[in-house]
Design a protein around this ligand. Structure first.
Ligand SMILES: [Zn+2]
Length: 148
C-alpha cells in the first residue's frame, strides 16, 4: 500500500494501544496485513521508479504528514508515540531502496526479505485499487478524529 494508509494505521494503533512495547510491533505487523489487501501502486514489480513514482512519494509523504498531524491534534498527550508508529508502520517498505541501490540485493538476507515482501503484495495498476487504501485511511481518520 501507499505511505498514507500505512502511516494512518500506525497512528491508529498508537491511539488504540498507547503502549510502545505493543504498539510498535503491531504497527510493523499491520504493514504486512495491509500489503496482502489488493491495492493500487503506480509501479509494479520490479519497481523501476519513474518520475511519477517520485512525485507520488512526495505527495504521499506530505499527505501522510498532514493527516497524522491532524490526528495528533486530537491526541496531543501521545504525539511522540503516534509519530513513531506512523513511521514504524512504513519500515517494511524501506526495502524499496533496492530499486535505486541494486547492489543491496546481493545481501542474501535482504534479498530473501525483499522477495518475500514482493510475493505477499496484491498490487494492481488499476485505479480501483485506490478504494481499499482510501477505505483504510478513512476508517483510521474516523478512529483518530472521532474516537470511534
Ligand atoms: Zn510493503
Amino acid at each position: 500500500m501507499l505511505i498514507t494508509p500505512h502511516s494512518l494505521t500506525g497512528a491508529t494503533i498508537a491511539i488504540l494501544v498507547p503502549n510502545p512495547v505493543i504498539a510498535i510491533p503491531l504497527s510493523i505487523s499491520s504493514h504486512f496485513v495491509l500489503d496482502i489487501i489488493p491495492h493500487w501502486q503506480e509501479t509494479l514489480y520490479p519497481y523501476v521508479p519513474t518520475k511519477t513514482t517520485w512525485v507520488r512519494i512526495l505527495v504521499d509523504l506530505l499527505l501522510s504528514f498532514f493527516l497524522v498531524s491532524w490526528i495528533i491534534q486530537s491526541h496531543p498527550n501521545i504525539s511522540s508515540l503516534i509519530w513513531l508508529t506512523a513511521f514504524t508502520a512504513n519500515i517494511p517498505d524501506l526495502d524499496s531502496v533496492a530499486s535505486v541501490i541494486p547492489s543491496i540485493s546481493k545481501i542474501k538476507l535482504f534479498k530473501k526479505y525483499y522477495d518475500w515482501h514482493n510475493e505477499i503484495q496484491k498490487e494492481t495498476s488499476s485505479l480501483i485499487g485506490l478504494i481499499p487504501q482510501i477505505t483504510v485511511s478513512a476508517l483510521c481518520l474516523l478512529v483518530g478524529k472521532l474516537n470511534l
